[in-house]
Design a protein around this ligand. Structure first.
Ligand code: PMP
Length: 445
């Protein structure tokens, strides 16, 4: 597989060789790491991207989830072009940020007020700070296997340090302020909230870790809502992936459960850099100069050079206007359901004991690391613990990704991916053929 990959990608190999001398691992995002090297993209359109060697790929990486409408959706592109010609940065407020916030407020149920950030990591950082300021408490309760960006409070319990100790480079005192519970363990949350009166916020990825790679039941969200309300602890839905994706108003709309604070990024900025914290006006009030002065309280600080960048705002407005109808979401969700079914049928036909699962527009490939016998048709991801769901054969996932790349399909390292509204029957049937061929290649090695 690796030989076939190298043969198809000499241009990427050359760039990667230069890159490793400059960029640690040759990359800019941990999730883009691939052995022997990842492809170097040259352009993208719709549901496809091309590498520097001219190979074309059906893209399920989807800009790390930012591209519900696919690459270069004409309306979004046009909005960006118009904005670019008017200037890339004003250092002032501008009309587009008001329109953008209005759309977020109209679409996201919990969004009484909105504060723009430059990324999802910044959104979860600000959400936590606001929750602390609001409650006067210090700690955060999170769930193992769930990802909320890379700032110091969010690194343990995701890829490692499941015992809650500090990851390398993070102060132990910060790790000690993070309480980790198992996803779905309502009793642990209840006990923590009852015994510890220093918890400022509960953070949850509302469809489960990594967009449902480790799924949770909606009833668990309802329980979190009930418990946090009882204890006066702000509930934060991290909708950086699910926001504007699973439904226009995100998981909170899909499940009918409204959090106190919502963190947004990715789709909110239409494929450009950007993020937002949305939520209760009395919580976001801590950012308000006049309100805090009137109360004689210190304002919560939140600067950020690229917050509400005008080009990001233009892209966000164009994307959210299209998404508000719900049509792109329905389409992406239906395509993913179809893809999951078809990939499972291929696994059954080839008697490969893996399973493809997921909800909404996501799909995850459970490569069954223990080799236990499972029936993909009866596979229930809820029946497995987060440890089993996260445990995967890294080498096998890598080879699967390479084998799919060789056959013109790019998936993420979960392994799995996300559909967009720009995928179509042709791209799905190509993907199924590629999956069949990739399984054959893996078997041959
Ligand atoms: N929260 C979730 C649920 C995410 O998926 C991500 C990014 N994958 C983040 C936060 C961090 O967002 P960003 O990469 O924009 O910092």
């Amino acid at each position: 597989i690796e030989a076939a990959y190298r043969e198809r990608t000499p241009g990427s190999a050359k760039l990667a060789a230069e890159a490793v001398r400059l960029l640690p691992s040759g990359i800019a995002h941990d999730a883009r790491w691939l052995r022997p090297y990842g492809i170097y993209a040259a352009r993208a359109a719709g549901c496809r991207k091309w590498d520097v060697d001219g190979n074309v790929y059906v893209d399920f990486f989807g800009g790390h989830g930012a591209l519900l409408l696919g690459h270069n959706r004409p309306e979004v592109l046009k909005a960006c072009q118009e904005a670019l010609l008017e200037g890339t940065h004003y250092g002032s407020s501008h009309a587009r940020e008001v329109r953008w916030a209005q759309l977020v407020q109209q679409i996201v149920p919990s969004a009484e007020q909105v504060r723009f950030t430059s990324s999802g990591t910044e959104a979860t950082l600000l959400a936590l700070r606001l929750a602390r300021a609001f409650t006067g408490r210090r700690k955060v309760l999170r769930f193992r296997s769930q990802f909320h960006g890379w700032h110091d409070h969010m690194t343990s319990g995701y890829a490692n340090h499941f015992d809650g100790t500090a990851t390398r480079g993070v102060l132990p005192a910060i790790a000690e302020s993070v309480i980790l519970c198992d996803p779905g363990d309502g009793e642990a949350v209840r006990a923590a909230l009852e015994s510890d009166k220093d918890i400022a916020a509960v953070f949850v990825e509302p469809t489960g870790g990594s967009f449902g790679m480790v799924p949770i039941e909606p009833s668990f969200l309802a329980l979190l809502r009930e418990l946090t309300a009882k204890h006066g602890v702000p509930l934060v839905f991290d909708e950086v992936i699910t926001g504007f994706r699973v439904a226009p108003g995100g998981a909170q709309e899909a499940y009918g459960i409204t959090p106190d604070i919502t963190t947004l990024a990715k789709i909110v900025a239409g494929g450009m850099p950007g993020g937002a914290v949305a939520g209760r006006a009395d919580i976001l009030e801590s950012l308000d100069f006049a309100a805090m002065a009137a109360k004689g309280e210190e304002k919560v600080q939140h600067p950020g050079t690229f917050n509400a960048n005008p080009v990001s705002a233009a892209a966000g407005i164009a994307a959210l206007k299209i998404i508000a109808s719900g049509e792109p979401n329905r389409r992406a969700n239906a395509l993913a359901r179809d893809l999951r079914d078809r990939l499972n049928a291929i696994l059954a036909e080839q008697q490969v004991p893996w399973a493809v699962y997921g909800t909404f527009s996501g799909f995850h490939i459970f490569t069954n690391p223990d080799g236990r016998t499972i029936d993909p048709e009866r596979f229930d991801p809820m029946a497995l613990s987060w440890q089993e769901m996260k445990k995967r054969d890294g080498a096998l996932s890598h080879r699967l990704r390479l084998a799919l790349l060789v056959n013109g399909v790019d998936i993420s390292g979960w392994p799995g991916g996300m559909t967009s509204a720009a995928h179509d029957e042709e791209s799905l049937s190509h993907t199924c053929e590629a999956f069949r061929e990739a399984l054959r290649l893996l078997r041959r090695e």
